[in-house]
Design a protein around this ligand. Structure first.
Ligand SMILES: *Cc1c(COP(=O)(O)O)cnc(C)c1O
Length: 370
C-alpha cells in the first residue's frame, strides 16, 4: 500500500498475527476449520458475552445464514435500515424475499417511529428486521427491541461496523435473535475477509454451522436433504482474527480518540458529527460528519484526493439505489439529506494527532474557500 497516502480505514495488525499464521502452517491445518477457528469463536464469545458464535467467510454470508435459518423465503417481507451498505441487505434478495426500507432519524440510525409506521402500512406481517449500527454507533435498541417483541419480528443486528460498541454496557450484536460482525479489510479489526454470526440460541447456530459447510448429513458417504453453502472461515484467516481480537479494545479507544481530535479541531466550522446515544459507547469506526449545506461532499472528496487523502461520501441509502427503485420504503428524507451532505473522514487506528490535524486543516480551508 502507498505509504504516504492517508487511507480511510486501512488494516492495522496487532503484532501476533504472523506468529499465529506460522503455527497454522506448522500444523498444516491450511483448511477451513482447525484450532484457530475455535479460538477465534471463543474470543468473540468472551468479548461479547454471547453464548454462541460461528466464524464465516464474510459478514454478508452471516446475514444470509441468519435469514435462511429464520426460514425467510420467497415473498416474505424483511424490514431493513435504508441508510446502510449493500452487504447489509443483499441476502434478502438471495432468499427472494421482499425488502422494505426504513429511514433514519436524527440518530442517523433506523427510526423507531418510522418502523412503527411501516407496520401499519404493510400488506402482511414482516418476518425479520435487519438493523444496522451505522459507522459503529448503536441504534435505539430499547425502542426497536420492544417493537420487534410485540410484533413477533426476528431481529437481526447488522453489527458489521460496530464490533466494540456497547449499548447500556452490553455488546452490540448480542441484543437480537442474531448479530453479525464483519472482518473485511476496512473494518475496525480484520481477517482480510471474514464474518461472524452470533445468537443466544444454540439451535440456530448449529443449523447455520450445518448450512455453512454444504449441509452434509452425518454419514460417511455424502448425503444431502437440503442445500447449503461453502461459507466457513479458513483456519489461516481465523489466526489473523485471534491476533486482532487481542488489540480490539485498544483500537476502539484509539478511534474514539481520533474522533475527539477531529471534534476539537473542527469546532465552530458548522459541521455536525454523527451523534452517540446516551448510555452507549460507539467504536467510532469512522469519524463521520455532515458538512454545511452549501458544500458538496463529492467536491470535497476530489480536493482531498489532491493531497493523497482518502475520504468518502456517507452510504447512499438503499431506497435511492437503482436496484431498488420498485422497492417499498418508509422514508422522510433524513438519510437522503445525510447522503447529500455527509462525509467519512480518514479514521485508521494508526493515525497520529498530527495527521488528524493535517486532515482537519485541509477541511477547514475547503470550507473557508467555499
Ligand atoms: C461491511 C458491511 C457488511 C458486509 O460485510 P462483509 O464482511 O464485507 O461481507 C454488511 N453490512 C454493513 C453495514 C457493512 O458495513
Amino acid at each position: 500500500m502507498n505509504k504516504n497516502r492517508i487511507f480511510l480505514s486501512p488494516p492495522e495488525m496487532g503484532g501476533n498475527e504472523q506468529n499465529y499464521i506460522k503455527q497454522v502452517f506448522e500444523s498444516n491445518y491450511i483448511a477451513p476449520l482447525g484450532a484457530f477457528v475455535d479460538r477465534f469463536e471463543e474470543s468473540i464469545k468472551s468479548y461479547t458475552q454471547c453464548s454462541h458464535a460461528l466464524a464465516l467467510s464474510s459478514g454478508t454470508a452471516a446475514l444470509h445464514l441468519a435469514l435462511r435459518v429464520t426460514g425467510v423465503r420467497a415473498g416474505d417481507i424483511v424490514l431493513a435500515s435504508s441508510f446502510t451498505f449493500i452487504g447489509s441487505v443483499a441476502a434478502i434478495l438471495y432468499q427472494k424475499a421482499e425488502p422494505v426500507f426504513i429511514d433514519s432519524d436524527n440518530s442517523w440510525n433506523l427510526s423507531p417511529l418510522l418502523l412503527k409506521k411501516a407496520l401499519t402500512m404493510l400488506k402482511k406481517p414482516p418476518k425479520a428486521l435487519i438493523l444496522t449500527h451505522l459507522y459503529g454507533q448503536c441504534a435505539q435498541l430499547q425502542e426497536i427491541i420492544e417493537i420487534c417483541r410485540n410484533e413477533n419480528i426476528i431481529l437481526i443486528e447488522d453489527a458489521a461496523e460496530s464490533l466494540g460498541a456497547f449499548y447500556h454496557n452490553k455488546s452490540s450484536g448480542t441484543f437480537g435473535d442474531f448479530g453479525v460482525f464483519s472482518f473485511n479489510g476496512n473494518k475496525i479489526i480484520t481477517t482480510s475477509g471474514g464474518g461472524m454470526l452470533l445468537s443466544p440460541y444454540k439451535d440456530f447456530i448449529e443449523q447455520a454451522r450445518f448450512l455453512s459447510t454444504q449441509a452434509k448429513e452425518p454419514f460417511i458417504h455424502y448425503e444431502h436433504n437440503t442445500y447449503g453453502y461453502n461459507y466457513r472461515l479458513s483456519n489461516i484467516l481465523a489466526a489473523i482474527g485471534v491476533g486482532q481480537m487481542e488489540v480490539l479494545e485498544q483500537r476502539v479507544l484509539k478511534r474514539r480518540q481520533i474522533f475527539e481530535w477531529y471534534a476539537q479541531e473542527l469546532e465552530g466550522c458548522h459541521i455536525e458529527f454523527m451523534p452517540e446515544l446516551p448510555n452507549t459507547r460507539g467504536n467510532r469506526w469512522l469519524s463521520t460528519i455532515k458538512l454545511p449545506a452549501h458544500i458538496n461532499p463529492k467536491t470535497v472528496v476530489e480536493l482531498f484526493e489532491k493531497h493523497n487523502i482518502e475520504t468518502r461520501p456517507l452510504w447512499k441509502p438503499m431506497h435511492l439505489q437503482p436496484l431498488f427503485t420498485d422497492t417499498q420504503k418508509v422514508i422522510d428524507g433524513t438519510s437522503e439529506e445525510l447522503f447529500l451532505h455527509g462525509l467519512c473522514l480518514p479514521s485508521g487506528g494508526a493515525m497520529n494527532k498530527e495527521q488528524v490535524c493535517f486532515v482537519a486543516d485541509i477541511l477547514k480551508d475547503i470550507i473557508r474557500k467555499s
